[in-house]
Design a protein around this ligand. Sequence first.
Ligand code: MN
Ligand code: MN
Length: 456
Amino acid sequence: MERKNAWTTYSEDETAKVMELGSDYRDYLDRSKTERECAKETVARAEKAGYKDLDSVSSLKPGDRIYVNTMGKAVQLYIIGEKPIEKGLNIVGAHIDSPRMDIKQNPMYEDSDLCYLDTHYYGGIKKYQWVALPLALHGVVAKKDGSVVDIAIGEDDGDPVVGISDLLIHLSATQLDKKGSVVIEGEDLDVIVGGMPLKDAEKDKVKSRVLQILKDKYGFEEEDFLSAEIEVVPAGRSRDFGLDRSMVIGYGHDDRVCAYAELDAMLGIEGIPEYTCCCILADKEEIGSVGATGMQAKYFENAVAEIMDKCGDYSELKLRKALASSKMLSCDVSAGFDPSYAYAFEKKNAAFLGRGVCFNKFTGSRGKGGSNDANAEYIGKLRAIMDENSVSFQTAEIGKVDQGGGGTIAFICALYGMNVIDSGVPVLSMHAPWEIISKADLYEAVKAYKAFLINA
Ligand code: MN
Ligand code: MN
């Protein structure tokens, strides 16, 4: 039952392809530090490949390629297939939001001649991992006049960075006796953004100088934080990891590595597929798939309805049949087996870096709670597709029974009655500022998603 390491199956030529894909992925990831940036980069790549905005077309026929952009934070791509959509779609779905810290609406204060921005963290993080490292500010400020200012500070070599301090080891006797979960507490994740007073300011001299810089450089005032979405993320680019360059260390592999694999698979499909292909890149997965851009919103079902209508073949019943007849891979990262923390895993049912794309029959916690438990018959079919297309794959649970757990968007799409299974790339240090994946697993994910979209 042990699965082969994918690297051992590659010729020299194929190894070169794996490396090439890895560097294109790094480029995508570096341009995608937030869900907005990821959506923008995805749409740019889709448009370059001939995809058109669904709003811009009045009718659709097999072979047409379209995209739907929801509030700049969630994207769907479709290729209209040969068969009527009523027969179902082949869907791959990932999420493009990642754990981070969001700037509060009234964030700015000065203390002891330093200026701070207060944050509220987003998604599950070990707070102690986010101190004492260079951080960048990415996002938008929406002003009252309707204009929106894009912010990205901390990525270019000449840019300053910001960050959160940690207590010096010399004075950490009290701190180091605390439980890991409270060594650094959520309310203490305050980002230092300045330390030079503005001489002629009346009060809050350091804050005044930072505000002046924001006004001069970005044209916004303190009150404009009220309608801003600024995310604090690790500063800097992804890097090849390991002396053999077999891995990538980067921010936000969860889940942009699966988003990229889906996109690359979609853009690699030529001609007219049998079934309509769909790629969903959703927002807000890390906080429960909520809100208008999260998977629980109706944008997917609305888009399918509109596409059927523009194909001249819409009815409420046909839409419901289309959704129930669909097949889906819910593409989200899996926990990579970590020998340093072997006690948290059950080795027979763990995902190993380098052994290919991972299928998770179920996720959840405390007895599979909250999971989508995929049907055996469906998995049987998928195994055949993977083997016929020489995809290296493995199966896994997130970890040992009752060690913890997690969820994905799988259960939400399964509500329509379609077959869904979780499938993704194993990650080390998941949800840390810098996560690690294997380039071979990314390569196998692209192969798997393409084989699924064409053959399922
Ligand atoms: Mn995820
Ligand atoms: Mn996650």
